[in-house]
Write a protein that binds this ligand. Structure first.
Ligand SMILES: Nc1ncnc2c1ncn2[C@@H]1O[C@H](COP(=O)(O)OP(=O)(O)OP(=O)(O)O)[C@@H](O)[C@H]1O
Ligand SMILES: [Mg+2]
Length: 363
């Protein structure tokens, strides 16, 4: 059976209620449904371009459009054979949203369209085929266009499910981080309690251990806002950590770097713990101000350094030689090795103060 499909006969099912309040309520719910997919006014994607190309091919027509309907516009997610990227939406609730625009743009042409509905029944967009001249289409072509519309809504449902799963995973990860931090704080309190019941020298060791556990908790807390992406803007996090360290050690700690550098998520905790240890040392063995710097030395290497204004390094100091040193240098060396890098230390060439540097490969 053959059909003549004209611009006035789009097959969209629009809400035809005559009650304005009811209509605006339905429209608000419809817009909320579209927003959930996060697809309105977003860049083209090959998967959708394949669908509009195939839709046009089924009708041997030059144009295939997939549009999602916002407040005033239908945004074309894909526009095969057409330069326009959006259409002004029709205001008449009784007519398909694209009709006025299609009439204006393709006065003597044809369009065949299928509405796209989300599972709760709201119309979120349209998949349509357009020609600049009038033409006949048959039932089989319309059936195939409807099937393609179904593929689009299935793809959207899968994307929505993936977005929700991601949000859930992020929430679970935040919850786990939160519990881990609470546990670390609990361990620190236990160590502090225990320090009251032992000899002064042991008590000092236990308090130092408690402080280290608290420092790990601090780094953890500062860096748990990290999302799910693999790359992390490290200066953003170091800035927060420096503010936290300034108030916890009571020294002025500056972040010198300005150009943001992205590091891999796996490197972030080690970087934070190194800064914590080196800043603690600068406060304990040197003096204010203390500065932290992070930069990409070349495309393959990152450099993290902590500079202080103290008396400089003890004579013959070798930072990688663990013998006779405290726990701090051992921790920093282990973390630097974890990053695949190395620790070095020098005195400031002109003024006083020591500079500790960890250089490690860009992951
Ligand atoms: N910024 C610095 N300026 C001068 N000397 C430093 C600096 N950082 C470390 N040192 C020297 O290196 C030594 C080893 O540091 P390390 O962090 O391993 O031990 P610690 O700070 O003495 O003790 P712990 O870290 O176990 O509390 C220090 O005792 C100190 O002599
Ligand atoms: Mg130390």
């Amino acid at each position: 059976m053959l059909h003549l499909v004209t611009p006035t006969q789009g097959s969209t099912s629009h809400d035809r209620s005559s009650d304005p309040a009811l209509r605006s309520g339905i429209e608000a719910a419809r817009l909320a449904a579209v927003e959930r997919y996060g697809i309105l006014d977003t860049p083209p994607e090959p998967a959708f371009d394949h669908i509009t190309a195939l839709a046009a091919d089924i009708f041997s027509a030059p144009i295939g459009v997939l549009g999602f309907c916002g407040t005033d516009h239908v945004y074309f997610k894909s526009h095969h054979g057409l330069d326009a990227t959006q259409a002004v939406r029709g205001a008449d609730p009784a007519a398909p949203v694209m009709t006025p625009w299609l009439r204006a743009q393709f006065a003597n042409g044809f369009h065949a369209g299928v509405p796209l509905h989300c599972p709760d029944g709201h119309e979120i967009g349209t998949l349509c085929v357009i020609d600049r001249r009038s033409r006949r289409v048959d039932e089989q072509q319309m059936r195939r266009l409807r099937a393609l519309g179904g593929v689009v809504t299935d793809m959207l449902a899968m994307r929505l499910a993936a977005r929700r799963a991601l949000a859930q995973a992020e929430m679970t990860s935040r919850e786990v981080d939160h519990r881990a931090m609470n546990s670390l704080q609990f361990v620190a309190s236990l160590l502090q309690l225990q320090s009251r019941a032992v000899m002064p020298e042991t008590a000092q060791q236990l308090r130092a251990a408690a402080n280290r556990v608290l420092a790990v908790a601090r780094v953890h807390r500062t860096f748990t806002t990290i999302g799910t992406t693999d790359r992390v803007p490290i200066l953003d996090h170091l800035r927060t950590l420096c503010v936290e360290l300034s108030s916890s050690v009571g020294s002025e700690i500056r972040l010198e770097s300005r150009d943001e550098v992205e590091v891999s998520k796996a490197q972030v905790l080690s970087i934070g713990l190194i800064v914590n240890e080196l800043v603690t040392n600068a406060h304990k063995h040197a003096g204010d101000p203390i500065s932290v710097a992070f930069r990409r030395v070349d495309p393959t290497q990152n450099e993290l350094s902590v500079l202080d204004s103290g008396p400089g390094l003890p004579a013959g100091f070798v930072p990688t030689d663990a013998a006779g040193k405290g726990l701090g240098m051992k921790v920093v060396n282990a973390l630097a090795a974890q990053l695949g890098g190395a620790l070095s230390a020098t005195n400031h060439p002109t003024s006083h103060g020591a500079r500790f540097t960890v250089t490690f490969p860009v992951s």
